[in-house]
Design a protein around this ligand. Structure first.
Ligand code: OGA
Ligand code: MN
Length: 325
């Protein structure tokens, strides 16, 4: 029997308030229960964990992710006829590639939609059930020096450090924010989705200020998907969303993490950090083949104020039909 200490993972902090690199996890088979518990404790504390040079392949990536909870899948998209390039329904294709595996030209619809990821966001806040953890694996990285970092923003510390007046207002009013994928896609690429008005479609409703269940800390649940605050004037709504979002995206709350090797894995907790793709000169030229699993949130805030349906974006037609009925 190996000595217990040998199974210990070690942690290198990447920022003064959150995010860490984790060493010593053995991904070559099933991760041991002991190591899994340590990873769980670390993600609760740090919100973002980077694992370098893992032995994960697509199947083990999916299996490891499933230990954190129920996995989301791309069936809403494939049912609408979109082909999945990847071998598992639980893998979201976050690459810059077209279905045939070639690099998406900069002027393609795919590139326009990917641009949405360049704004700080959380995954799936626009769905009735939001995402908890995301686990992103680098399958094939672009050449070194051509960019492609992923950046993270610490939304718990951003709450702690809100100006006192604003913090009191948010706590007192307990605002509900409506989230829309169309909204963030149009924000990032104003020319895209012509004729689509986010207000004509389903929006997901979530409290702006909420306790992050695993850590007990308070979080700002804000994202580029945030379209408006419910029940107040459009002007006041815009002021709140712009102020809170800008506050949470300040450089002092942000860490930029470089992808160093194929098979690096970064996991984050969408219920306490935001993230964004930093982009780079690789775009339109070199492959950046990133694959993501998404764990449905299991906390009391998972559904926000939404009806508990299994509808998701991709099955938007279905969601819109329900909205109108
Ligand atoms: C995601 C995402 C950012 C990146 O996978 O959800 O936003 O750097 N990725 O690819
Ligand atoms: Mn994302």
């Amino acid at each position: 029997m190996p000595h217990k200490e040998e199974n210990k993972i070690s942690i290198v902090e990447l920022h003064p308030t959150f995010a860490a690199e984790v060493h010593g996890v053995d991904f070559s088979g099933d991760v041991s229960d002991e190591q899994f518990d340590e990873v769980y404790k670390a993600i609760t504390k740090y919100g973002v964990l980077a694992f370098r040079n893992t032995d994960l392949d697509d199947a083990r990536h999916v299996a490891f992710s499933a230990r954190f909870g129920e996995l989301d899948d791309v069936s809403p998209y494939t049912k609408m006829g979109k082909k999945n390039r990847l071998p598992f329904e639980q893998l979201f294709d976050v690459s810059n590639l077209l279905e045939d595996g070639s690099v998406a030209p900069l002027d393609s619809h795919r590139s326009a939609m990917n641009k949405g990821n360049s704004l700080f966001h959380v995954d799936s806040s626009f769905n009735p059930r939001r995402a908890g953890y995301s686990l992103l694996r680098a399958h094939e990285l672009p050449p070194k020096g051509t960019g492609g970092n992923t950046e993270y923003a610490d939304a718990r510390t951003a709450f702690d450090e809100l100006p006192e007046d604003l913090k009191n207002e948010l706590l007192e009013k307990d605002y509900v924010v409506c989230h829309s994928l169309y909204h963030s896609r149009k924000l990032a690429s104003p020319q895209s989705l012509p004729g689509v008005n986010p207000e004509d479609h389903f929006m997901s409703r979530h409290k702006l200020v909420q306790r992050h269940e695993p850590s007990g800390r308070v979080n700002l649940y804000i994202a580029s998907h945030a379209h408006h605050v419910e029940g107040i004037s459009p002007e006041k709504s815009k002021e709140i969303i712009d102020t809170v979002y800008k506050h949470a995206c300040q450089p002092k709350y942000v860490v930029s993490i470089e992808w160093k090797n194929n098979n690096d894995l970064i996991m984050w907790d969408n219920t306490c950090v935001m993230h964004r793709a930093a982009g780079g000169s690789f775009e339109g030229k070199y492959k950046r083949d990133m694959r993501r699993t998404t764990v449905h949130d299991g906390s009391i805030h998972a559904w926000g104020l939404n009806e508990k349906t299994t509808d998701r974006m991709g099955s938007v037609n279905e969601m819109d039909r329900r909205l109108r009925s």
